[in-house]
Design a protein around this ligand. Sequence first.
Ligand SMILES: Nc1ncnc2c1ncn2[C@@H]1O[C@H](COP(=O)(O)OP(=O)(O)OP(=O)(O)O)[C@@H](O)[C@H]1O
Ligand SMILES: [Mg+2]
Length: 519
Amino acid sequence: MNIQPSGSFTQQEENAAAIPSHAGMMLHMQDICKDFSSVSVLKNVQISLQKGEVLALMGENGAGKSTLMKILCGIHQPTAGTIKLDGNTVAPGNVSDAMQLGFILIHQELNLLDNLDIAGNLFLGREFRTRLGLLDKKKLYAEAEKALQQVGLNIDPHISVAELSIAQQQLVEIAKALSQNAKILVMDEPTSSLTLKETEQLFQTILQLKEQGVSIIYISHRLNEIIRIADRAVVLRDGKNSGELSKNELNHENLIRLMVGRDIQFNERSLTKFYGEPKVFRLEALRTSRFPDREVTMQIQSGEIVGISGLIGSGRTELAETIFGIRHAVGGTLSMNGHDIKILHPRHALDKGIFLVPEDRKKQGIFTEMSITENISMPNLSKYARASIINRQLEESAATGQVKAMNVKCNSPHDLLKNLSGGNQQKVAIAKWLAMQPAMIIFDEPTRGVDIGAKDEIYKMMRQLSNEGIIVMVISSDMEEIIRISDRVIVMCEGQITGELYPADYTEENIMALAVGNA
Ligand SMILES: Nc1ncnc2c1ncn2[C@@H]1O[C@H](COP(=O)(O)OP(=O)(O)OP(=O)(O)O)[C@@H](O)[C@H]1O
Ligand SMILES: [Mg+2]
């Protein structure tokens, strides 16, 4: 293990200590610094990469991983430092420069155009022409189909991306990058909304690319994935190199120590302690517009956290959106404590104290052009408003409290959300709903992109909600997460429930068997 020593080294010595000998490497990013206005986000960062290598880039939320990769791929310019490819200095001034060099970034935040179909997105700016110079649609759709097959997405490329789930959009982004002749492919949290099956497919693709000599820089907060797929890991902490692990040193303990700078104690799986009068939420023969001939019946009550597992497209998000009134149920009833409730609009759900923390935080969860404070206080404005004047001080102190509780990395609660790292945006999305007092809360992929320490905080907070008698339902594609937090797991496949498991039977195999409908 190579840990950067702290102490009274000169800058030069410190850098020398941080870089193991990487002679013969294809890519070197040397002494990369990046300041955003006066804030220094990367400080003399070094990484290097070999041909055909899978390098994991690790670090907590806000450590600087995405920023470093955006510099490599021409989106940001470094404040200082050099990039060398095969010994020659290169300076990608924009995305197309970087593409010419073969540096392709698959973004953490999805970047597809909603008004185009899948094929249009895949080959945007690279359209095929016939000999007469006309748009060659036949070729476009044929190539699009091929690209989709490579990531295992069996879907018509004529469909608009707006109709795809987040996971499907993520696969389209990956397919797009793969079709671009990458030399270095950067995957910034590619699996954050993929389930086991799609992740497996992605890993197969990565192995193939490796064989073809493509190098991959892989960013993920799922440590098991890193341990499996990476040849080496470089860890950043607070914008600096904190160390490096070779394949045989890759384990949870070493990764966490380098990321966090100390050993962290995880909260044990705890049980809810709720002794009050339970609230009971029930779905009876609910049918969603996506699967109109499948019925879902389930009951959840205070004192339990119910995890909903299943593959992409199994109908979990549709179920949540139907409960919350974003979609209209085709049939069936909802009830709370035996009383039927009608939810035709999210407003009705909010009135009943039913909240949804959505999967796509950008569309429904947060407003990136607004500040952290504004985001947290928004659904709750009436609480802070007196005689229609918003009490800024009250609003701010509540937001500051949440920012602290969730350990959001920012300079001040006035920071615009768009300037926070992906994981920190997610923490704000959750904090926003906690500022209200729900009867039931549905989390859809709550820890997408959240680092390991913050995940633990979120789990603790869910247990607290449960202890207070709030009904908690968690939809998650992260198997470790489902197993860790659920008191009961309900598995869905193609719009219906295929099984229910209790802790003694939680294994990935058992859940998978139900998820593919082979129970
Ligand atoms: N455009 C910007 N303006 C100001 N600050 C920024 C900007 N982009 C990023 N930052 C800051 O730089 C730091 C590093 O962010 P970055 O997105 O690189 O983190 P990350 O390691 O990718 O985190 P995550 O795991 O959450 O994705 C964060 O503190 C973030 O707030
Ligand atoms: Mg990031």
